[in-house]
Every structure is written in C-alpha cells, then in structure tokens.
Design a protein around this ligand. Sequence first.
Ligand code: 3MF
Ligand code: MG
Length: 345
Amino acid sequence: MSRYELKNKIGITGLGAGVWNIGPGNDPFGGPTRDPIPMLDRLPMLAEAGMSYYEAHDVEITDEMAPAAAKLARKLGMKCAMYTPSFFAAPVFKDGAMTSNDPAVRKLGMENALKAVDTTVVLGAKTMVFWNGREGFDFVLAKNGRDSFKRLVEGFNKVGHYALKNYGTKVKFAIEPKPNEPRANMYMANVGEVLYLISRLDREVQPIFGVNPETAHSRIAGLDYIWDVELCLEAGKLFHIHLNSQDGQRYDQDLPFGYTEPLKDLALLVVLQDAKYAGPVMFDVKAPRVDDPKNITDIITVSAQNLIWLWDRALKVDRSKIGQFRRENRLTALSGYLAQCLYGS
Ligand code: 3MF
Ligand code: MG
C-alpha cells in the first residue's frame, strides 16, 4: 500500500502510529481477545497500513532490539518518530517513577530514562516523549506535591543535560499531559501545567523541552484541544502531536481520529496549517477488542483516511471568510461556514 501524505504541509508530511496501537485488545475488565503480535512484526503492518513512522516504548522495542528495529525500518522505508520510557507498566512504577516516594524507584526511573535517550538515538528518532502515566496520586497527602514538582524538575534537568552533553540538540523531549487515568490525579495534567514546568527547568535545557498534546487527553479534562494546541504554538513548544478522538468525559478511548468531533478536528487542521506546523502528526489510537485479528489495522487506516479528508477540506477553508465573520461578530454563522466546509459538496 502507498503511504498517506499531508498535501502542502511543511516539514514532515508522512503519518505515523505507535506499535502499541495494534495490541491484543485487553482492557481493565478483560484479557486479550487477540494473540499478541511480536513487536517487530508490527512495523511492516503499520507500513502496509500507510504509515511512514512508528513509535514505541522501551518495553516494546528494548535497547537490545533497537538495532534490528532500525534495520527493519530502513528496509520498509519507515522512520521512528519518537521513543519513550514506560514509567507506568512495571509493578515497580506503581506509584510513579520520577515522583515516587521511594528513592530507589526514582533512581531506576532515571536510569531507564537515560538509557531511553541512547536508544532514541540508535533508532534515529528526534524526539523522546514522557507521558505522565503514574506520576500522580490517588489519595490526598500520599505525596508532598511541592516535593513531587521539585523531583520532576530535577529529573527532567538531569535527562536534558545528559542529552545535551552526549548528543547536542539531536534529541528533543516532549512531555505528554493527561488529567487522570491511570491515576485519580496526575501531575502535568494539562498543557498549561507542562509549560509552567518547562519554565522552571534550567535555562540550557529549556529549549529542548516541549509538549506532546493528545486530543483525547484534553477532552477527558473537558478542555478544548484546539486551544491547547494553540497555546503550545504560542509558546514555541508544539514538538509532537498525538491525534485520536474521545466520546465525552469518560475513560480514555483512543478512538479513530475524526470520528467523534469532525468539525473541531477540521478547525484544528486549519490552525496547524495557518501556523505552518512542520512537526510530526502521529496517531495514538487503540484497536478495539471487538475487532478481529485480520482487521487490526482498521483503526490506523480509518484515522489516516479521516485525517487526509479533513486536511484537504481544511486547505480549502476560506480564511478571509473567517476574518469577516469575526469582524461582523457573526459567530454562529462562522460555525455554519465550517459545517458547510465539512458537510457541503
Ligand atoms: C496514554 C497514552 C500513552 C502515551 C505513550 C507515549 C500508551 O493515554 O497516550 O500511550 O502516548 O506512553 O507517550
Ligand atoms: Mg498518547
């Protein structure tokens, strides 16, 4: 299959997805419904589904597997868009990594983070992501919040200085906020919090730290994803994007991009186009447990096709009309114009 490309986009035009997106279908209430596919076998499947990029956690593609993964990706004409340490799956990180109360766990988290920087370079990825995962609390006073914040600052400073010393500016970091799930309350819950954290890092490392906003994570918080993205753009910190969709404020669904709120997704793409966003546009979706093994990549192709359709429509949105509606204060009419761009012929 040919690869999906975003027309007239500056910088990265191909799309990508995580190897975890095509998992065995387990959820908190039931085990897998499909046999797990070996991680490296997922690369050709993503390529076949039209992806030019893959993404992975350190527990999926380990440091030992990295050279083989890099070789296979080259053969497939794929690249690694980002690599990320899993600070949430292993029992040892049950109460977080960087913000764990246990110094031995924090030390292990740091070792894993530095190792992941090296593996990011081996895989040829330019970005390492930190998802907040289990950095947070379920019970009040379980952690001292101010100490946790200090630990995050210290941890990211250490990782940043390590990367600068060993690799210059080859590796950048994107922190991915989420308000809750798996914890009741998560540190780095939203874009604003992440930007504040970055502003507290050492001056030298600040330029290599940015944000990876994810559609569903903003919507779970009841926040507007477009404004979250605009805020990152304003700060010069939109380093990466995780696209998907989310049906209201409930558990994290990782539904296909463009499914639940296509009009808002269209508007998002107008914003990205106007900002001349050059960075990666990646999916973080989850093959639902009801899908049969042979259709496991439907979640990827449906997301990609929706994105391409919406992207092409966004290119055709008449920006002067948006300006006119704003000047005339015809804001309902503006929403109607967007609907026409979406649904009209
Ligand atoms: C969870 C997520 C994560 C992160 C991933 C990489 C498992 O809601 O979005 O996916 O994206 O850890 O950053
Ligand atoms: Mg994500």
